[in-house]
Write a protein that binds this ligand. Structure first.
Ligand SMILES: [Zn+2]
Length: 68
């Protein structure tokens, strides 16, 4: 099990590397070979930070996108 700071780093990096694409926890977990539960908390807390905003994932689930 990853600790929180590690999953947050992973999520942030993934979104930066894929600017313009929104990810939900399930799709990002699938891409990274992780469990969605590990990423969910990080995605939710980054959603209220600068540079990140909530946006629908390609699969239709609520997700997160890197803003600029
Ligand atoms: Zn998705």
């Amino acid at each position: 099990m990853m600790d929180y700071s590690m999953s947050e780093r992973l999520v942030r990096q993934r979104l930066r590397d894929n600017k313009g694409r929104a990810y939900c926890a399930d799709c990002m977990a699938k891409d990274l070979g992780r469990s969605p539960d590990e990423l969910k908390a990080a995605i939710e807390s980054l959603a209220v930070r600068e540079r990140f905003m909530a946006a629908p994932c390609a699969c239709g689930a609520p997700g997160l996108i890197y803003r600029w």
